[in-house]
Design a protein around this ligand. Structure first.
Ligand SMILES: NC(=O)c1ccc[n+]([C@@H]2O[C@H](COP(=O)([O-])OP(=O)(O)OC[C@H]3O[C@@H](n4cnc5c(N)ncnc54)[C@H](O)[C@@H]3O)[C@@H](O)[C@H]2O)c1
Length: 220
């Protein structure tokens, strides 16, 4: 197998930078920390960093029974407002900023510029095509969608979204990464709705059809 700059397998420990300390960033960083990674969260809004521990406490409580251990784990997560400092030494940058194509494109162009080529860049987008987010990147071959399904610390499935020209080695790398955090990766070629949302909407459509036919109702 060809040796990629990011290696054939993700390390079992080491630094992971999560960009965006909102709802999903909290879950993602806490999960990585729980599985022994040195998690760093970067957010351009200092208040989001200041409130991380408080917001992540219920997530950690579901992962670690002992409250002292859970607090120690949360205290071990590094909070960093500066992007260049946050990505330093990381082997993966996992983006979880709000769902805006412009914001994500600008962020990935910046990450592509400042991160060494052996760093994998992942997005948690729930709707945009990976190739659209990567439009302004020079080294697109290190970009993947690693999409946690809400609530990410409870639902054990993660969508691995790739473009047509994403190296198969990176998809395999991502699959191993999510195994390391005890999740199952399902790879899918980028398309609107990916996989889980399409299944959910197909189920919803069928439920509404059954209600329209008078076969099921909301009330008993
Ligand atoms: N909320 C969900 O249930 C859910 C589920 C699955 C996937 N997602 C996806 O996860 C991503 C994050 O969603 P969310 O609901 O956690 O968003 P959010 O709005 O809660 O948080 C986004 C955070 O990103 C920060 N941010 C914005 N631009 C930044 C930048 N350039 N650098 C650093 N920080 C920046 C903001 O300050 C904010 O704290 C989105 O792509 C969303 O579609 C969300």
């Amino acid at each position: 197998m060809k040796e990629f700059a990011f290696g054939t397998e993700p390390p079992g420990s080491g630094r992971i930078c999560v960009v965006g300390a909102g709802f999903m960033g909290c879950v993602i960083a806490t999960l990585y920390a729980h599985h022994g990674y040195d998690a760093v969260i970067c957010d351009s809004n200092q208040t989001m960093l200041d409130t991380y521990v408080e917001r992540a406490r219920p997530i950690a409580a579901g992962l670690v029974e002992n409250s002292d251990a859970s607090e120690a784990m949360l205290a071990g997560v590094t909070l960093e407002p500066d992007l260049a400092s946050a990505v330093e030494g990381a082997f993966l940058v996992h983006e979880a900023v709000q769902e805006s194509l412009e914001v994500k494109q600008a962020l990935f162009a910046e990450l592509d510029r400042i991160c060494p080529e052996n760093m994998v860049l992942a997005t948690n987008t729930s709707s945009f095509l990976i190739s659209d987010i990567a439009a302004q990147m020079t080294r697109k071959e290190r970009m993947m969608g690693i999409h946690y399904v809400t609530p990410g610390h409870i639902v054990p499935v993660i969508e691995l979204i790739h473009a047509a020209d994403t190296p198969a080695e990176l998809v395999a790398w991502s699959r191993k990464l999510v195994q390391n955090i005890e999740h199952v990766g399902v790879a899918i070629l980028e398309r609107p709705g990916f996989l889980v949302n399409r299944i959910q909407f197909a189920m919803l459509t069928e439920i509404y059809r059954l209600m329209d036919e008078g076969l099921v109702s909301r009330s008993p």
